[in-house]
Design a protein around this ligand. Structure first.
Ligand SMILES: Cc1ncc(COP(=O)(O)O)c(C=O)c1O
Length: 366
């Protein structure tokens, strides 16, 4: 007779909650939520789950937000095994808290994990971690116009060693940062600098993964963009095809109403882009995901075949592009009304002001 000594694989973890001994008072929290800006205010707690090659995922907990003790030889500090996600929690008019298509973030997180030779976090643990976090810090989800609690799940290699190989110990965290309207004073078209000196990603590289190194590589070109008076930077691949901005995908609207977005193995597949394109398809627009060359972009704008260009991502949702500037040229971009109307439809769904016909919302506080 064979004895199976392994316990059944759990689809839920049992979290330990260790409350913050000194949480902010309701008054302090209310003051912070009044005008939180972006990414500088943090809630009182964080999720922390360990992984080791021997024990798998273990020691799940919600504990006080605070510094993470780490050995100076921790692998992440040397070889950058780190991945993250970015998503938002929305408070609806009835007080309930939802997030948006979190299973897409969970799957993307695992695509990133595989590319960085890190352990995958089962999708149900990812979703549970968000709910456990909100169960403790749900009061930090603001209720003002365009306000959200930005959620940042991330994982990195904590094993202390200096050999170049995948680590055997990792920690997964979720932290939350209340954030206000991304654009104070309304959405305005941005200017984009075309980086031809620097690439963000290479064929076969890590461009499709949400890993810190991609963002580190985009900072110098972003500085170049600022020095050129531009708000953001857009990257090309080695064949001269348009990829994406430093932290947003790009979409072109054609004269006949078709929406075209770059197809590439080295860009991040945005949840926002996928959702906006679905909403546009629902309205009858044709969607094309295919390579778009810089030449096609510039010629299309010059001939009037391209009637709108916009960038999209979780943080800013949708940003019209008003200018493309590069070495020796500056092309004014046509702006229309589609980008902003899709933005409104999407945010209406996210905040519960419009019916969620696709089942995209996921309740976090129940
Ligand atoms: C490089 C990059 N591209 C695209 C996006 C858009 O992805 P999402 O819509 O899932 O936020 C992001 C993140 O916001 C990003 O960092």
């Amino acid at each position: 007779m064979e004895l199976n000594l392994l316990p059944p694989k759990p689809d839920q973890l049992t979290f330990l909650v260790k409350p913050n001994p000194a949480p902010r008072s309701a008054e302090e929290r209310a003051a912070l939520l009044e005008d939180p800006g972006f990414g500088t205010v943090f809630t009182d707690h964080m999720v922390d789950i360990c992984w080791s090659d021997r024990g798998g995922w273990h020691r799940p907990r919600v504990q006080a937000y605070g510094p993470i003790a780490m050995d100076p030889a921790a692998a992440v500090l040397h070889y950058a095994q780190e991945i993250f996600e970015g998503m938002k929690a929305y408070r609806h008019a009835d007080g309930a808290i939802y997030t948006f298509r979190p299973e897409m973030n969970a799957r993307r997180f695992n695509r990133s994990a595989r590319r960085l030779a890190m352990p995958e976090l089962p999708e149900e643990f990812f979703l549970q971690a968000l709910k456990e976090f909100i169960a403790v810090d749900g009061d930090w989800v603001p209720s003002g116009d365009d306000q959200t609690l930005y959620l940042r799940p991330f994982m990195f290699a904590k094993e202390a060693f200096l050999g170049v190989r995948p680590a055997k110990k990792y920690n997964f965290y979720v932290i939350g940062s209340p954030s206000g309207a991304y654009f104070s004073g309304g959405v305005k078209p941005v200017s984009i600098w075309l980086s031809e000196t620097y690439a963000r990603a290479a064929d076969g590289g890590t461009g499709f993964a949400k890993t810190g190194g991609n963002y580190a590589a985009s900072l110098l070109p972003q500085q170049e963009a600022s020095a050129q008076g531009c708000d953001q930077v857009v990257f090309l691949d080695s064949r001269g095809n348009v990829e994406e901005l430093g932290g947003m995908n790009i979409v072109f609207v054609m004269k006949d109403g078709t929406l075209v977005t770059p197809q590439s193995d080295s860009i991040l597949e945005g949840v926002t882009r996928s959702s906006l394109l679905q909403l546009a398809a629902d309205r009858g627009h044709t969607i094309e995901e295919r390579p778009v060359s810089l030449q096609e972009w510039r010629d299309g704008v010059a001939s009037g075949d391209i009637v709108e260009v916009f960038a999209c991502g979780t943080a800013a949702v949708v940003t019209p592009i008003g200018e493309l500037k590069g070495a020796g040229f500056s092309d004014e971009q046509p702006t229309g009304s589609l980008a902003l109307s899709l933005r409104e439809e999407l945010t209406d769904i996210q905040y519960g002001r419009r019916e969620d016909t696709h089942g995209w919302l996921y309740r976090l506080d129940a």
